[in-house]
Design a protein around this ligand. Structure first.
Ligand SMILES: *[C@@H]1O[C@H](CO)[C@@H](O)[C@H](O)[C@H]1NC(C)=O
Ligand SMILES: *[C@@H]1O[C@H](CO)[C@@H](O)[C@H](O)[C@H]1NC(C)=O
Ligand SMILES: *[C@@H]1O[C@H](CO)[C@@H](O)[C@H](O)[C@H]1NC(C)=O
Ligand SMILES: *[C@@H]1O[C@H](CO)[C@@H](O)[C@H](O)[C@H]1NC(C)=O
Ligand SMILES: CC(=O)N[C@H]1CO[C@H](CO)[C@@H](O)[C@@H]1O
Ligand SMILES: [Zn+2]
Length: 489
């Protein structure tokens, strides 16, 4: 597609991440494929050096920021994170083996250093009986001067207690590592509130747009569901509530306990002391590149938010973050077959229209097998709701500049074009056979099915009706809005 190329001499002063991202989008492009033939493979060449270079770049620059931020709290919270990691790896509880080792440990101490031996018994008292003074229980074993016999008694004694021990110790500490990771995320977010505010601005615009469409949607009005849809839309929010539950006190407390255990002299008591510490569980890693809908919360994890702090062109913000928010928005609006059903009624016609489009895109663009699964139509639907939604808002916001060329790059970009490339770039994957993930459709199908459905895409790229992208379009789906179909009740 040589028409697409234009060479410009001026390089605008743009911020470096912005420059990188547009350039990365450029390096992903395969010029031998026409955008109207297979947009996904045009925007994401098959032999990329990595799956989504775009995501990697964002994640990497986020990681660097987070680590430098954590550095400031180093001595307090994160100094010994590698100790925790070592701990997690070594924390395999195996009572039989552990008590046997403890037996040898006691024998050795008993023979070589009575003070050490007594210390071990005191620690065991504390671990098992919560007994600090040491006037009972295991310390009595120290009176037996025959070390082998004493150790055998000790072995039997502790085994009874340790058997009902701590099978999840390892999982527990893995959780704690996640917790610490999240704690860093919390610190980052605290220092980067502006990115969050920006996501909220975009979100509010999407929300307004959705509400307006809902009010005009015949199938919602006729099924008496409009009010319910407006209500659930209204409930949605982006907030930092979940993240803010991260708690310094918890981190302090666990760190303190950890230090106490670490000072124990016997490896057995150390190990079981660590295993006994209750550490908080977390359900999400906020440093990962992910977004999700936990109605009424829509969550964008930090690496995604961080893009909003980089002064990216609005086309990228909307094509990337806006479309992601739109997708998560879609999850509330589309009947989910999986968990909660928030919507009282969902149009069968809309559902069939969506699935037909994905089926047809499978036919046209399958790379290897285009696996079909029966469960969960909501992922497909959320894409078809979310991306056009983001584009509509973007189009309105940027109406004056949509077709203006952006200078300073190899390609002749307009904001309108950049939106679609940014969207594809987020989904870029190398060529693999059948790479459908658990719930989402394979990326090439996701992107091409949605773009085929968007009249704006055809217009911006001036796709001929005979082009493959256009032929792969089943009939136009109107999910919400005045054209959304009537159904029979
Ligand atoms: C025994 O161990 C203690 C430390 O627990 C140490 O202070 C003491 O010197 C050791 N005694 C001998 C004889 O090695
Ligand atoms: C999509 O294709 C699958 C399998 O090819 C088929 O079972 C399903 O009925 C199709 N869905 C629609 C809406 O046509
Ligand atoms: C999406 O559409 C395809 C093709 O119709 C279908 O097989 C699949 O079950 C749908 N849902 C998901 C999650 O892929
Ligand atoms: C931008 O270009 C498209 C066609 O590519 C056209 O339909 C649209 O009206 C143009 N918008 C503006 C604001 O010039
Ligand atoms: C804050 C904290 O717990 N720091 C400890 C990290 O580990 C070293 C030994 O490896 C201790 O000396 C620090 O007190
Ligand atoms: Zn989803």
């Amino acid at each position: 597609m040589q028409v697409f190329l234009c060479y410009l001499m001026f390089v605008l002063g743009v911020n470096s991440l912005e420059l990188d991202i547009v350039k990365i989008i450029e390096t992903n492009i395969d010029d031998s494929i026409d955008p109207c033939d297979d947009f996904y493979r045009h925007a994401c060449k098959k032999d990329l050096s990595k799956d989504s270079v775009f995501r990697n770049l964002l994640s990497k620059s986020y990681d660097i920021e987070v680590e430098s931020m954590a550095g400031k709290y180093h001595t307090t919270f994160f100094a010994n994170i590698s100790d925790y990691e070592t701990l997690v790896n070594s924390l395999k509880i195996n009572v039989d083996q552990d008590v046997t080792l403890a037996k040898y440990e006691y024998v050795e101490k008993c023979i070589n250093n009575k003070t050490e031996a007594r210390k071990m018994l005191l620690e065991l008292n504390e671990l098992i009986y919560d007994e600090k003074e040491g006037n009972c229980c295991f310390t009595n074993i120290a009176y037996d001067t025959k070390c082998e016999r004493a150790a055998t008694n000790l072995e039997k004694g502790i085994k009874i207690y340790l058997e009902e021990a701590y099978p999840d110790a390892k999982e527990n500490w893995k959780n704690y590592l996640n917790y610490l990771g999240n704690f860093k995320a919390f610190l980052w977010l605290d220092a980067n509130r502006n990115t969050f505010e920006k996501s909220r601005e975009i979100f509010n615009k999407l929300k307004e747009e959705v509400s307006e469409m809902i009010k005009k949607t015949p199938w919602l009005i006729n099924s008496n569901s409009m009010e319910a849809y407006l209500e659930i839309t209204n409930q949605l929010m982006v907030d930092t509530k979940i993240l803010v539950q991260m708690n310094r006190d918890v981190v302090n407390e666990v760190t303190e306990q950890f230090q106490i255990c670490r000072r124990l002299s016997s490896s057995l008591t150390r190990k079981y002391c660590y295993a006994k510490i209750e550490v908080p569980t977390v359900f999400e890693k906020w440093n990962s590149f992910n977004a999700f809908n936990l109605h009424p919360h829509l969550n964008l994890n930090n690496p995604i938010l961080s893009a909003l702090g980089s002064n990216l062109p609005p086309a990228i913000e909307y094509g990337f973050v806006g479309a992601l928010l739109g997708h998560e928005f879609g999850h509330t609006l589309i009947k989910s077959s999986r968990d909660h059903m928030f919507v009282p009624y969902f149009s069968e016609q809309v559902k069939n229209c969506v699935q037909n489009q994905f089926n047809k895109s499978c036919e046209y663009f399958a790379e290897g097998v285009c696996r079909t699964v029966d469960f969960q139509f909501d992922e497909n639907g959320s894409d078809l709701v979310g991306v056009p939604l983001a584009y509509n808002v973007f189009k309105r916001e940027q109406s004056c500049v949509l077709n203006k060329s952006i200078r300073g790059y190899e390609y002749c970009w307009t904001p309108a074009k950049l939106f679609f490339y940014a969207h594809a770039a987020m989904h870029c994957k190398r060529y693999k056979l059948n790479y459908m993930t658990s719930v989402h459709h394979s990326s090439n199908i996701r992107v091409n099915a949605v773009l085929a459905q968007m009249p704006d895409f055809a217009e911006v790229f001036q796709c001929d009706a005979k082009s493959r992208m256009m032929r792969s379009k089943s009939k136009q789906c109107f999910i919400h809005g005045e054209d959304a179909p009537e159904t029979f009740f």
